[in-house]
Design a binder for this molecule. Structure first.
Ligand SMILES: N[C@@H](CCC(=O)N[C@@H](CS)C(=O)NCC(=O)O)C(=O)O
Length: 95
């Protein structure tokens, strides 16, 4: 996603087989000790942002760049990357 959006980024390797998921640097980004997690020094209104959970990261990067997301407010819900909102959509009927 970072490649596709052409955002500058610096990857950090975490070897979970070597128990590096409990590294203090990762814990500072994600208290659940899981990858992926991101730190954006230029978050909303220029405020630094940390974010974890794949789906949240994908939606954030889409919103930040205006790519891979529709202006239709229902569209991102229909294409929910982790499926968390599917039950909610069952109550939505297009006009
Ligand atoms: N729901 C999370 C799952 C993240 C996850 O399970 N990450 C695994 C690697 S795929 C991990 O960091 N495991 C390390 C550990 O549990 O110690 C997401 O979508 O980001």
């Amino acid at each position: 996603m970072l490649e596709e959006t052409s955002l500058a980024y610096q990857p950090h390797r975490i070897d979970i087989m070597a128990d590096e998921s409990h590294d203090p640097g990762l814990l500072a980004l994600n208290p659940n000790s899981k990858i992926p997690a991101i730190y954006d020094p230029n978050g909303p209104s220029g405020t630094p942002l940390t974010l974890f959970e794949s789906g949240a990261i994908l939606l954030y990067l889409s919103g930040k760049t205006g790519q891979f997301i529709s202006a239709d407010p229902i569209h991102p819900l229909r294409n929910d990357p982790v499926g968390d909102v599917a039950p909610i959509l069952l109550r939505y009927k297009a006009a």
